[in-house]
Design a protein around this ligand. Structure first.
Ligand code: CU
Length: 154
């Protein structure tokens, strides 16, 4: 009777990482190995739907998976992948060990549906990311102009 090695290495305390999704403030306290950066939401043109983008970095040596997303502004948030010129809803996306899961315009994106209010430029939208292994991570996503492009800043 021997134990099978690696039980969950995940510890609590990931909530300490919540808060500003902006510039990373360095040293990860113990807990989650995941950090979120470059989050933004273009101000939606639609009253019912919006998109969101961010980057999830995994400093740990274990792969994780983004399994669901919730938000205070939307009745439903789904994860979409762009395949060719169309997009498909997916149930999860991998966050590779020592790697990144990137959501960007033209690629993976978060889809906010059934909006409870229309996010306006200058506001922030709260999003909770749920993972297969790590504790949930809360991100404040700033709402940018409808035509915002992170490369140019507009
Ligand atoms: Cu989509």
């Amino acid at each position: 009777m021997r134990l099978l090695g690696t039980a969950a290495v995940v510890t609590a305390g990931a909530l300490a990482l919540a808060g500003c999704g902006g510039s990373d403030s360095g040293s990860g306290a113990s807990g989650s190995e995941l950090t979120v950066s470059s989050a933004y939401m273009p101000q939606p043109v639609s009253d019912s739907m919006a998109a969101g983008f961010l980057t999830i970095a995994n400093k740990g040596g274990t792969k994780d998976e983004l399994t669901s997303v919730t938000s205070d502004v939307a009745g439903s948030v789904t994860v979409h992948e762009t395949v060719g010129s169309s997009m498909e809803e997916v149930t999860s996306l991998a966050v590779p060990a020592h790697g990144q899961l990137v959501f960007k315009s033209g690629g993976n994106h978060l889809m906010f549906e059934k909006l409870k209010r229309k996010p306006m430029q200058g506001e922030k939208v709260t999003v909770e990311l749920h993972f297969a292994e790590s504790s949930p991570v809360t991100v404040e996503i700033p709402v940018k102009s409808a035509t915002y492009n992170p490369k140019t800043g507009h």
